[in-house]
Design a binder for this molecule. Structure first.
Ligand code: GLP
Length: 266
């Protein structure tokens, strides 16, 4: 797991550069898109790169990580509207290239399986963006989720309802359900980029990076992924015991990436 610790603004610049590099390597790549407050500065930065450096999403296919059950695609508070406003409206990502699970279907289980099948048919996710819940959930894989789970319906925890706050559509408060990619689905992505900022996420970050692999901290499943990066700002890194090591290791890896000879990196 690559742990990147930087001041907040620099963290987002680096994360956006990481995505730009993935797009440069594969312009028709498949992106898994996350939502939430954490993603807002990232999408701002991607929109800026689109405007100033012609970063193009024209050939990208995107899949939402999760969505609330019962919400219409254009409904305020829905994740599809979030992505449309934050990314589609500000870049050249085509609206019809963004897929979301059919959360208004009568048969939600069938809809979840169909979403997983569509994901597979696309060739699979090249880069999955992830935020972190305060309870270390990924997507809506709440604590207790199977580490091998696939896309399915999940019940939202009280913590998640509280954290996601007043902007929640009434139907979400009533039904408390979402369709989310499973933890096994997320592990199938070729690379994962998880971002966490702010002191409220410090415990979740520590559990993700240094805690035991456990369904009680679903994001700890990223420890099993060979290409997972966790980007955290100083406040979110506060609970990391090996913080110094990650900073040193990252500096050395970046020097190697810049082409420095291994023996000269110190
Ligand atoms: C929601 C989403 C998660 C997201 C989390 C964090 O619960 N399902 O995918 O990571 O919120 O949200 P925020 O970034 O607002 O803290």
């Amino acid at each position: 797991m690559r742990v990147v610790i930087e001041p907040t603004a620099e963290l987002y610049r680096l994360a956006a550069r990481r995505i730009a590099a993935a797009l440069a390597a594969k312009p028709d790549c498949v992106l898994g898109l996350a939502t939430g407050r954490t993603m807002l500065p990232l999408y701002d930065e991607l929109a800026r790169l689109h405007a100033t450096e012609r970063l193009s999403f024209a050939r990208v296919t995107a899949f939402l990580l999760d969505e609330y059950v019962g919400v219409a695609p254009d409904q305020a508070g829905s994740f599809s509207r979030f992505v449309r406003e934050q990314l589609v409206a500000r870049t050249d990502l085509p609206a019809d290239a963004v897929h979301r699970p059919d959360v208004t279907a009568r048969e939600l289980g069938t809809a979840a399986r169909a979403y997983e099948a569509a994901l597979r048919a696309s060739g699979g996710i090249d880069l999955q963006l992830l935020g972190l819940g305060v309870n270390a959930h990924l997507g809506f894989n709440e604590p207790g989720s199977s580490l091998a789970s696939r896309t399915r319906v999940k019940t939202l925890s009280e913590e998640t309802l509280a954290a996601n706050g007043s902007a929640l559509p009434a139907v979400v408060r009533e039904r408390r359900l979402a369709i989310t990619m499973g933890l096994g689905t997320i592990l199938d992505a070729r690379a994962c980029l998880c971002i966490a900022t702010g002191g409220a996420k410090a415990g979740a970050v520590a559990a993700t990076v240094e805690g035991p692999l456990t369904a009680s901290a679903p994001a700890s499943v990223l420890q099993l992924h060979p290409e997972a990066s966790v980007f955290v700002d100083e406040a979110a890194a506060a609970g990391l015991v090996r913080r110094r090591y990650y900073v040193e290791a990252e500096a050395r890896e970046r020097a190697l990436e810049r082409g420095a000879r291994p023996e000269s990196v110190s």
